[in-house]
Design a binder for this molecule. Structure first.
Ligand SMILES: Nc1ncnc2c1ncn2[C@@H]1O[C@H](COP(=O)(O)OP(=O)(O)OP(=O)(O)O)[C@@H](O)[C@H]1O
Ligand SMILES: [Mg+2]
Length: 247
């Protein structure tokens, strides 16, 4: 199984939108895929029309009283399941803190799912906490959406440095541009000035388009809502890049 986390310390950068679209593309291409919604907001669950509720709450999962296999829900899309979030996930940090080896916990929780899925996509809450470290240790790839500003490159650099300090097998960090507005000069300049990019940045830019926002209305991924949209093309490119990363 390959574990891909949509991760950024910042909120509202396109993590959930990307997680849903990447998970869809993986399932479409024949991979048995699980999208694990780790955000108490439950947006990924919502976008795929899955009831955001986990019996016993996130706690039962984290302390091992309930297996993630029991909490998995099917979606309308073949080969795509969701492990929904609920509001109890807001305490995930505290719950993790109470377990032994909290930063290894998520990795262990994914373990029994290894035979059932080829790809696990983690939709992460925006933070840099115990949950994050657990996520980093559980992931093969950290996929990081960056809105084009000089500050986000700085945050990305910090993140790359931090990942290198996390014990265990290191996760690959892959950055890409998100919510790119070509009408803004600053966006165009930053996206095209590759000299300023870090080696972990991929030259992929998801444009800021209504098609992406429409996901919430149709509760479907972008390639199904707007197959001809440049946003679909960008997500396909990102998915292609991911497959290359682990092949
Ligand atoms: N490429 C895009 N073009 C237009 N709107 C977008 C794009 N990507 C995301 N959005 C919109 O921006 C908002 C935030 O996106 P999203 O939920 O994917 O970000 P997030 O990083 O998961 O946020 P959070 O940190 O709150 O979990 C949503 O309303 C979404 O529809
Ligand atoms: Mg989100």
């Amino acid at each position: 199984v390959k574990v891909v986390a949509l991760y950024n310390i910042k909120g509202g950068v396109g993590k959930t939108s990307t997680a849903v679209n990447i998970a869809y593309l993986a399932a479409r291409d024949g991979f048995r895929t699980l999208l694990w919604d780790l955000d108490p907001q439950g947006s990924a669950s919502y976008l795929l029309d899955v009831e955001p509720r986990v019996k016993g709450g996130g706690r039962a999962l984290v302390v091992g009283r309930r297996s993630p296999r029991e909490a998995v829900r099917p979606t309308a899309i073949d080969r795509l399941d969701v492990l929904p979030a609920d509001f109890s996930f807001r305490n995930l940090d505290l719950e993790l803190d109470g377990t032994q080896n909290p930063t290894k916990r998520l990795r262990r929780l994914i373990s029994p799912l290894r035979t059932r899925y080829d790809v696990v996509v983690l939709d992460c809450p925006p933070s840099a906490s115990l949950v994050s470290e657990s996520i980093i240790r559980a992931s093969d790839v950290l996929l990081v959406p960056l809105i084009p500003t000089p500050l986000s490159l700085r945050t990305f650099e910090r993140l790359t440095e931090f990942v290198a300090t996390v014990p265990g097998r290191p996760a690959r960090v892959v950055g890409f541009w998100s919510m790119v507005d070509r009408r803004k000069r600053s966006h165009r300049d930053l996206v095209t000035d590759t000299r300023r990019h870090l080696p972990q940045m991929r030259p992929i830019a998801v444009p800021s388009l209504t098609a992406v926002e429409m996901m919430a209305e149709h509760r479907l991924p972008v390639p199904l809502v707007a197959p001809a949209s440049p946003a679909t093309a960008a997500y396909e490119q990102l998915w292609g890049c991911l497959r290359e990363t682990w092949s």
